[in-house]
Ligand binder design. Structure first.
Ligand SMILES: CCCCCCCC(=O)SCCNC(=O)CCNC(=O)[C@H](O)C(C)(C)COP(=O)(O)OP(=O)(O)OC[C@H]1O[C@@H](n2cnc3c(N)ncnc32)[C@H](O)[C@@H]1OP(=O)(O)O
Length: 194
């Protein structure tokens, strides 16, 4: 069964998303936005280490290989981990818009089981923008980029100011990210428009 709730239907006057002029070229890897990110960082031993690259328009592709630490049932990926892979891929679209945004709603369909050792081939795109609301959709395929869809999601990201992280994040991590001498890493940690 699949379907999208009314909260994820863009309003009739929603705008077509616009790729930021400084967005990485299609095919270019986006790299991790934050080393400690469970979705894409190298600093988390059991993290997903998802690798995303820019696509055409406001779209990305990404891969994530399911490891034993990601199991739910024996030999199968945990559904929450798969939702994380979708969320991370969708979140990386922010870098093409150069908008700071967080997931407000994520609706996921799990259509096929995903065994350990499988590489999930993900694609995501922004479909519409309305004020602070960013509507997007993603699929995860197995067996190759053109293989059958195993998981899919529709999402609503909501634009926030950098204060969202500063006010709500634990101080020690915020401080460490803010004090990073590497300007690019500092900017990417919060996906802030430089
Ligand atoms: C740096 C990038 C990292 C990327 C990592 C991957 C992405 C993530 O996992 S982010 C982490 C998970 N997400 C979060 O922690 C977000 C927690 N939630 C919040 O902080 C708030 O609820 C937040 C910011 C989403 C919205 O709050 P607020 O800023 O007060 O906005 P609010 O006025 O309530 O809503 C704005 C609009 O969005 C809509 N909206 C907000 N939440 C939802 C929702 N869950 N479903 C549908 N619509 C929603 C509202 O209806 C409103 O619409 P309209 O403008 O038409 O009235």
């Amino acid at each position: 069964m699949s379907g999208t709730s009314p909260a994820l239907q863009p309003p009739a006057d929603a705008l077509t998303p616009v790729r930021h002029p400084d967005a990485p070229a299609p095919g270019e890897p986006l790299g991790s936005h934050y080393a400690e990110c469970f979705g894409c960082g190298d600093g988390r031993p059991h993290g997903l280490r998802l690798q995303a690259r820019a696509g055409e328009g406001v779209s990305v592709t990404a891969e994530f290989t399911v490891r034993p630490a990601h199991q739910g049932a024996p030999g199968l990926a945990h559904g929450g981990v798969l939702a994380t892979a979708l969320d991370e891929t969708l979140g990386s679209l922010n870098w093409l818009l150069r908008t700071i945004a967080v997931t407000g709603r994520l609706e996921t369909d799990f259509q096929r089981p995903v065994p350990v050792g499988t590489t999930l081939h993900l694609e995501a795109e922004v479909t519409a923008v309305s004020g602070r609301k960013i509507y997007s959709t993603a699929t995860g395929r197995i067996g190759g980029p053109d293989g059958p869809v195993a998981v899919r999601a529709d999402a609503l990201f909501v634009e926030v100011k950098v204060e969202h992280f500063v006010e709500h994040g634990r101080e020690e991590e915020i401080r460490a990210a803010m004090d990073d001498p590497d300007q690019v890493r500092r900017v990417r940690a919060f996906e802030v428009n430089p």
